[in-house]
Design a protein around this ligand. Structure first.
Ligand code: URA
Length: 263
């Protein structure tokens, strides 16, 4: 068998790492995470918060990530505290592969809140939701009905977040158990941002907030289970792959505008 040159061997190693999802350098020098000392947290540990709130673990001293997420989310009195609680949450392994938490963008207190799925590569780099190609399409969709995430006026502004705040490796769909432990934070996020109307972009947002998938059936039908009117819509990334579905997305945007105009 022919021997690989050093350059070929290095390239094969890099390709292999990219296939595993390590496609983004986080620093200039390698870090041995197994040798790194875990620093003490300034925030109370999730289990301390959970115990204080009276939640039992999953059994036999096992942590219960969903119960801990609920306790931590409920204890957050404002958006800054919620963000800190999410930074301190240690049960979601997606955090280990992401470069940072992607919390939100836009105008808190805006009439409309958009909830998407999870950050992709651009969002992970910039620390803001919906800044890549799908985000640019989302901005154009919102502009078509007079909304703008940069607007300071709550009537025209939009608040944008995701159900999952850390980029999944290779942009894979978040697993059900990951969604389950992040839902309490997303619910609290909606409560604290207090929009009049919530737009759920795609299946993961619907699964988390409504407990249902099947966006083709759900889209365009108003629901009020998350405690306020919410409208499931096709995800902009789906619209990029399926431009024919923009017709339905346009109908949903008009329904959103009509709802806002009627209030
Ligand atoms: N897709 C999402 O659901 N959210 C983002 O932030 C980017 C792409």
């Amino acid at each position: 068998m022919q021997e690989l040159t050093d350059a070929q061997a290095l390239k094969a190693l890099i390709d292999w790492q990219a296939e595993l999802g390590a496609d983004l350098p986080l620093g200039d020098v390698p870090v041995d995470r197994y040798a790194a000392v875990v620093p003490a947290r300034a925030m109370p540990s999730p289990s301390a918060v959970s115990a204080a709130a009276g939640f039992a673990g999953a059994g036999q001293g096992e942590p219960d990530p969903v119960a801990e997420a609920r306790a931590m989310a409920a204890a957050a009195a404002d958006l800054a505290a919620l963000r800190a609680a999410m930074e301190a949450f240690s049960h979601c392994d997606l955090k280990l592969g992401a470069s940072q938490l992607v919390f939100a963008d836009g105008r808190p207190g805006a009439r409309v809140m958009i909830l998407g799925e999870a950050p992709g590569r651009d969002e992970d780099l910039q620390g803001k939701p919906f800044v890549g190609r799908a985000g640019q399409l989302l901005d154009r969709m919102l502009a078509a009905i007079g909304l703008d995430r940069r607007a300071d006026d709550p009537g025209r502004g939009v608040y944008i977040s995701n159900l999952v705040p850390w980029r999944p490796p290779q942009n894979r769909t978040p697993a059900p158990e990951e969604i389950a432990m992040l839902v309490p934070f997303a619910r609290r996020h909606v409560e604290l941002a207090a929009p009049e109307v919530l737009v759920l972009m795609g299946n993961v947002a619907c699964q988390g907030m409504l407990g249902q998938k099947g966006i083709t059936r759900l889209r365009g039908v108003w629901d009020d289970r998350p405690g306020r009117p919410c409208l499931p819509m096709f995800h902009p990334a789906y619209l990029l792959r399926n431009p024919g579905a923009k017709r339905e997305a346009w109908a949903d945007l008009l329904a959103l505008k009509a709802r806002l105009d009627a209030r």
